[in-house]
Design a protein around this ligand. Structure first.
Ligand code: NDP
Length: 249
């Protein structure tokens, strides 16, 4: 058994920076053909597009807001036209905010739920006609869904919702040979932490590192490693699971 993702068609949401960037590059360098989307134009998206051009194979980075059903349809239309079908769907797009529950307005609740959870429903339901036996669906959840975190009730509710969605879909789609799993990252040293002032970053890094068995934050490529495994035949008997990639919290 081997990884063997060569020529596989992979759709990744939220592929402009952070974990999504690592996912897109890891799949491209593993020989897959990647269609990734992000919401807004940014220098990070331009940089990733250039990096994907340098990678072997043909890849595409497009703008598509996965909370918008019309844009999801257009994105899946691009997958159909370019690839004819999909072998892997990774719903990675997610947004977070820190709000006391009493001040959590419906608009913000919906923004977070729409991006993490409703978009997963839109993407996976829309992708179903493109997925055949052997396909793998991966949702990027969060270790926070199990731990619970103050000021992030909306975020943890959305990520916990992804786990329920995944378990049900695994049972419903299993007979078609489609596997569905969640990767639940712990604290990853990605763009958000890097953007913090040095002192605050050091304080948070120390605090979160101390919570892990490995004594450090994770890297985006370590989430990508789990995604490659879940996408490949190496995990062919693994479905309906949440894989915590959290350094041992
Ligand atoms: P970033 O904020 O760095 O990147 C988020 C990505 O999602 C960007 O590419 C962004 O695109 C895209 N995105 C956001 N909203 C939409 C949308 N409506 N439509 C399409 N794309 C969208 O996130 P991270 O890399 O830190 O996190 C990636 C995933 O991992 C998220 O689901 C997050 O919840 C989860 N996670 C992250 C952890 C961490 O420590 N970083 C820990 C646990 C879970 P654009 O650039 O256009 O905004």
């Amino acid at each position: 058994m081997e990884l063997d993702l060569i020529g596989k068609h992979v759709l990744i949401s939220g592929g402009s920076r952070g974990i999504g960037r690592a996912l897109a590059l890891a799949f491209a360098h593993a020989g897959a053909r990647v269609l990734a989307c992000h919401r807004d134009p940014s220098p990070q998206a331009d940089r990733l597009a250039a990096e994907l051009k340098e990678a072997p194979g043909e890849h595409l980075l497009v703008q598509a807001d996965v909370t918008d059903p019309t844009q999801v349809d257009r994105l899946l239309g691009q997958a159909r036209e370019r690839f004819g079908g999909l072998d892997v769907v990774v719903h990675n797009a997610g947004v977070i905010s820190h709000v006391p529950f009493a001040e959590l307005e419906p608009e913000e609740w919906h923004r977070i739920l729409d991006t993490s959870l409703t978009a997963a429903y839109l993407l996976v339901r829309g992708a179903l006609p493109l997925l055949g036996p052997g396909a793998s669906v991966i949702a990027v959840g969060s270790r926070a869904a199990r731990a619970g975190i103050p000021l992030r009730a909306h975020y943890t509710a959305a990520k916990a919702g992804l786990e329920g969605l995944t378990r049900s879909l695994a049972k419903e789609l299993g007979p078609r040979g489609i596997r569905v799993n969640v990767i639940a990252p712990g604290v990853i040293d990605s763009d958000d932490t890097k953007a913090l002032p040095a002192e605050r970053r050091a304080e948070l890094t120390a605090r979160y590192s101390a919570m892990t068995a490995l004594g450090r934050l994770g890297r985006p490529d370590e989430i990508a490693g789990a995604a490659l495994f879940l996408a490949s035949g190496l995990s062919s008997y693994l479905t309906g699971q949440t894989i915590c990639v959290d350094g041992g919290i």
